[in-house]
Write a protein that binds this ligand. Sequence first.
Ligand code: FES
Ligand SMILES: [Fe+2]
Length: 412
Amino acid sequence: MQGNRSSTELAGDAAVGVAVDRSGRAEQLRWLTETTRGTPMGDLLRRFWQPVALSRELAPGKAMPVRILGDTLTLYRGASGKAYLLAGQCRHRGTVLHTGWVEGERIRCMYHGWQFDGSGACTERPAERESVPPPQAAIAAYPAQEYCGLIFAWLGEGAAPAFDLPRKAVCESGQPRIVATREDWDMNWFQQIENSLDPTHVSFAHRTLRVGAFGAAVTNGIPELSYIETEAGLEQTATRAADNVRKSDWTFPNNNHVVVPGLRPDDPWIDFIIWMVPQDDIHATRFTLYVMASHDAQANQRFDEYFQRYGSYNAAEHRQELFLQARGPEEADKLAGLISAQDYLAQRGQGRVANRADELLGRSDLGVVTLRRLFWRELQALREGRPTKHWRRRPDVSALPIQPGDQRIADV
Ligand code: FES
Ligand SMILES: [Fe+2]
């Protein structure tokens, strides 16, 4: 058993020239799952714009805490509607800032009233009897940007890169319906990432609880897998039959873009664009955009009403029902909730942090092996002070193919 596991994994690792020995293995695996400040992955993820909240979670004049990469930060929206992201705690004596007051474009700490602007500068210390606070009273501030109903932030050092890599052509052409959702799951982020490049699971996991439109369309056929590295990440092709080819446009380091069936057989397929973001090492958020090309009035209305009603399903809030009673989301929640419930069962079933030291990989895990070696290559470069790849948005991603699949289930 040990021999099998090692040879399969070593073959995958050796193929990209990543030196592997058993003593270093545990450390390499830790690189994938540990994301707090100062860890290799934590530093890597801070080099990319990351979604931190849904736009609709934050009304003007309100503040909220954001948990990301092991840090708790303060997100607030000024009277103008602009979102700002600051350090989590006040520079004075460290109480959390999100419990304070938003005043215009600034936020005031509720403890002793220090006020900060959106650049992190301290603009007032009422009890200090001074005209201008000293520069050392400033706190960290991070660039924030809104896009398609998500608030993104850049948490790295120095100047932020252009807001380009998170953008998606499908969101910007025509006048699509776009819904943003979030789910906060009680597991390490890398289980979510690996799942996104594991097309074999679709043939099984998405047929548990009940077979929804997605499981039916993709079928239970076992796919042949291939991967190519693109300027943005990886393109995955899973071929189940000549007319059942499924592609994923995966963007480094934590975004996947696939298509899923619409709510009715005649509705357009929906682009499913997901970012998987560590909150800390045992919690991660799935921020998802559901994008449907505008269609006839009924399909549009169906899409809008479905997400109004079911767009807040969070599988982690149903852990006992899912694991102990095999009870999924209600029958009418035919798409997003069901897919989430199925994925959550598979990923949370691996534990809070999957034990990769004892896994037994095979040929169907090519995506997982490809993914890990890509991360190890980039992390190793980062650690050695060498340049990492300059990832760029793909200029032209043609529409992802849909699948005819099984006879579509009536009225799914
Ligand atoms: S802790 Fe914020 S003003 Fe004192
Ligand atoms: Fe899945």
